[in-house]
Design a binder for this molecule. Structure first.
Ligand SMILES: Cc1cc2nc3c(=O)[nH]c(=O)nc-3n(C[C@H](O)[C@H](O)[C@H](O)COP(=O)(O)OP(=O)(O)OC[C@H]3O[C@@H](n4cnc5c(N)ncnc54)[C@H](O)[C@@H]3O)c2cc1C
Length: 431
């Protein structure tokens, strides 16, 4: 590691967005920085973000932004105060990367390519003289005689400060496999139990695979607990689009709702406890939906029910046929033969289609990890460990997770910036 006299030595573990930002910032504030990345290339997950386009942040106001976090919102306030959306956009503009704001509030690079973001971060680190060692994982971390020692397969480094930015457990093929959690837990840090977040759901509805590829663009979906006493069992509700897959459902609404499944949802005692309930006609009362269905059946009596559903009620054709069978009706029945009971069942399915949840697709397909290093043991003003001097955390390793929309990357950058600045010895507490 290059050494400049009287400068703090900082080792950053993990070169995702949080680690790259932390390393460049620490070096920019005068530290000698070594960045260790276990993969052969930095920012592997970053390259997958926003389907390769990288939804880097969101136009939401600070309050709305914070509302998109399920837990520990307050913890993020100082980090956002130091480095928020406009700072991030300004930061990248100094690296000649500009962004476009889409109608839904999401920012993407003008190039529409996540590689531009990764390359800009690498250029920043290089400019700040960060030494990057790829294909070198931190295997052990110890505090010894007032210094940190970081062991890798190749050698042991010493440092005044260490920033753990190893991510969570999701998409392990990109390198984040919980190593940072293990290193921190070994030092005595509390790790809040982890689970996949923003994850597609497996549906135990026979025949659902037939619908693979069909998307419902404006539906209201409710996550329900069947066993909840008293109330309707509603856990959370979202409006937006849903995509059927060969195993169940995905799409923005489903990913968001998946965050509200309780940690023990997959225990045997909870079997079939949770379901999604889909309202295919949000805004239209049930009676009106039934009225429209019956009217359409009367208008052209010999028209097949599945044609009525697809043509008059604008449902995808395959989905319409599937729905008819689900309601126990004949696939080729004409609208004129729809009985009162049949129309009730059909309307019930159109307004409250129930899909029992069998599980999630796990970390392999989860966009984020819920849980992580307890925020109670991190100083939100510096990202420093409250247990050890000179230990910092940044990014998804921390117990914070948000909705889709650019919120998670903003966390990586904001906490990375603050950790980098603090680790370099800059007094951020009172400025
Ligand atoms: C498919 C997908 C799409 C996404 N799209 C978006 C999006 O558009 N917008 C958004 O805001 N968020 C998105 N996210 C979430 C976002 O990617 C993460 O929140 C973000 O990458 C977290 O950054 P991080 O630096 O904390 O962790 P990571 O990006 O996971 O980086 C951690 C790094 O640490 C390295 N590492 C791990 N252990 C060690 C070790 N022992 N030694 C050395 N290195 C180690 C890993 O190899 C990895 O490179 C998406 C996630 C996925 C999976």
């Amino acid at each position: 590691m290059n050494r400049r006299a009287n400068t703090p030595r900082v080792v950053v573990v993990g070169a995702g967005p949080a680690g790259l930002m932390a390393a460049g910032t620490a070096a920019g504030h005068g530290a000698d920085v070594l960045l260790l990345e276990k993969n052969a290339g930095c920012g592997q997950k970053l390259l997958l973000t926003g389907a390769g386009r990288c939804n880097i942040t969101n136009h939401a106001s600070r309050d709305d932004f914070l509302d998109r976090f399920a837990v520990n919102k307050k913890f993020l306030i100082p980090a956002f105060r130091h480095f928020f959306v406009e700072d991030l956009l300004e930061f990248f503009s100094t690296l000649n990367l500009s962004f476009v704001l889409e109608k839904n509030g999401k920012y993407f690079p003008q190039t529409q390519r996540a590689t531009s973001v990764r390359d800009a971060l690498l250029a920043y680190c290089q400019k700040q003289l960060v030494e990057i060692h790829e294909a070198e994982a931190a295997e052990d971390l110890k505090r010894q005689i007032g210094q940190w020692s970081i062991r890798t397969r190749h050698r042991t480094y010493t440092a005044d400060a260490v920033i753990l930015a190893t991510g969570g457990l999701s998409y392990p093929k990109t390198g984040s496999d919980g190593a940072g959690h293990r290193l921190a837990a070994k030092l005595g840090h509390q790790v809040i139990s982890c689970r996949p977040g923003l994850v597609p759901l497996v549906i135990s509805q026979p025949d659902c695979a037939r619908l693979s590829g069909i998307s419902l663009n404006d539906v209201v979906v409710t996550l329900r607990d069947n066993k909840a006493a008293g109330s309707s069992g509603k856990i959370s509700r979202r409006r937006g689009s849903l995509l059927f897959t060969h195993f169940g459902v995905s799409g923005p609404v489903v990913l968001t709702l998946s965050r509200w499944l309780p940690p023990d949802y997959d225990q045997p005692s909870q079997a079939n406890s949770y379901e999604l309930v889909i309202d295919l006609f949000p805004g239209l009362p049930r009676a009106e939906v039934e009225e429209q269905l019956l009217k359409a059946c009367r208008r052209v009596p010999r028209r097949l029910l599945r044609t009525i559903l697809s043509r008059d009620l604008t449902l995808p054709q395959t989905f319409a046929s599937w729905l008819i069978e689900l309601c126990g009706l004949k696939p080729d029945m004409a609208g004129q033969h729809l009985s009162l009971d049949g129309s009730r069942r059909m309307t019930a399915a159109l307004k409250a289609l129930r899909l029992p949840i069998a599980g999630t697709r796990g970390y392999e397909e989860a966009m984020i990890t819920a849980g992580g290093i307890s925020t109670r043991e991190i100083d939100p003003r510096t990202m420093a460990s409250k247990r050890y001097p000179g230990l910092y955390f940044a990014g998804e390793i921390i117990d914070v997770d948000a909705d889709t929309g650019g919120f998670n990357l903003q966390v990586a950058f904001s906490t990375g910036y603050l950790a980098g600045r603090s680790a370099a010895g800059y007094n951020v507490k009172h400025d």
